[in-house]
Write a protein that binds this ligand. Structure first.
Ligand SMILES: Nc1nc2c(ncn2[C@@H]2O[C@H](COP(=O)(O)OP(=O)(O)OP(=O)(O)O)[C@@H](O)[C@H]2O)c(=O)[nH]1
Ligand SMILES: [Mg+2]
Length: 331
């Protein structure tokens, strides 16, 4: 099943639903009714909080813990759970860890898709950095989507259009990688996908397009450059490459692209690939590379640099609003 949490998470999962992504169930969770109204074709869970109080992700998580029975009902019976959330706001950063932890307790393999805030959204960096580390400890794999990369490729686009474009890219990448093979597509499939993302460390997703159908190596270069803006070069242990082209794309070009990727990633990376011949003249490459121990987002949470590998116990990191006389708030 796939579950969208918060505004970005609900938008992305709703789009995955509209694309016909092959999963058994879609689900949407948010504190904001507006996030849920436009979502179609899935279960919806509203977890409201009083907007009068200064909310933080931990407060939202505390409120969410009252809804654990409902969350368990949504999650039970599924062996693979994908949790999709934008990090840095209160809802996704607060509830995605709670949902990931609950799904793990129920015995599911949990993969989180974490959309990270733009460089300029400074106020969101700390919450996003903490939530990302938190998700890493609670799930079997975390796929990082760096919003900054969409800004690099189209800096003049209005922000809303950029979000739309980013969501289209993320959805099309997940959809294509998960799609079973048919006569126009040579999909990668769930097993290789899971083998890649459940590897140690973070996975990073990148999608690049070129208008010309003749430059497969160029577009592969661009995906690797994009990933190396988010993490340190040379750490990838596995990678999935998916190329979307037209019917003239040759076996030679495919083999050159895979070799090029192997050279750029350092030679010891295990690469699986897939392709679609259904492109309309342009060429796009989707790269999902995994095994990264560090990302640029480590600096968003200065505590992690102070603690150097020793993790904080995240359990107490929920604020509970209790109506006990003389004791209003326990954190
Ligand atoms: N790619 C993409 N990123 C988004 C979208 N909406 C928000 N974001 C990013 O995701 C991060 C979290 O934002 P939201 O999802 O709006 O936050 P939230 O979880 O709903 O929490 P609140 O802000 O408290 O409502 C932000 O830093 C944004 O940069 C979207 O539609 N697409
Ligand atoms: Mg929101």
């Amino acid at each position: 099943m796939i579950i969208g949490v918060g505004s970005a998470g609900c938008r992305i999962v709703s789009q995955l639903h509209d694309l016909g992504t092959q999963v058994d169930k879609f689900c949407f969770v948010s504190c904001d009714e507006g996030d849920l109204t436009f979502c179609t074709g899935g279960d919806k869970l509203l977890i409201p909080y009083e907007t009068r109080r200064k909310a933080t992700p931990s407060l939202v998580r505390g409120i969410g813990s009252r809804y654990l029975p409902e969350i368990r009902t949504v999650l039970k019976d599924y062996s693979f759970v994908f949790v999709v959330a934008g990090l840095g706001g209160k809802v996704g950063s607060g509830l995605a860890p709670l949902i990931a932890a609950t799904a793990s307790e129920l015995g599911a393999t949990v993969i989180c898709v974490a959309v990270m805030p733009y460089q300029f959204e400074k106020a969101k960096h700390f919450y996003a950095g903490v939530a990302l580390r938190h998700l890493r400890t609670l799930s079997q794999g975390v796929i990082v989507v760096d919003n900054d990369e969409f800004l690099v490729s189209a800096p003049k686009k209005p922000l809303l259009q950029l979000y739309r474009q980013a969501n289209e890219n993320v959805c099309s990448a997940i959809n294509r990688i998960l799609a079973p093979p048919n006569e126009k597509e040579f999909g990668i499939g769930l097993i290789k996908f899971m083998d890649t993302v459940t590897h140690d460390g973070y996975s990073i997703l990148s999608l690049q397009r070129t208008p010309s159908a003749n430059s497969a190596e160029e577009v592969v270069n661009a995906t690797v450059q994009s990933i190396y803006r988010t993490t340190a070069p040379g750490e990838a242990s596995r990678a999935l490459l998916y190329l979307v082209s037209d019917e003239n794309f040759s076996a030679n070009e495919m083999s050159a692209s895979v070799s090029r990727l192997g050279n750029l990633l350092g030679g010891s990376t295990q690469i699986d690939y897939g392709m679609s011949m259904g492109g309309a003249g342009d060429l796009s490459a989707i790269l999902l590379a995994s095994g990264f121990k560090t990302t640029k987002f480590d600096d968003y949470d200065p505590l992690s640099n102070v603690l150097i590998g020793r993790e904080l116990d995240f359990e107490p990191e929920s604020a509970l609003h209790l109506r006990i006389e003389g004791l209003l708030n326990i954190e």
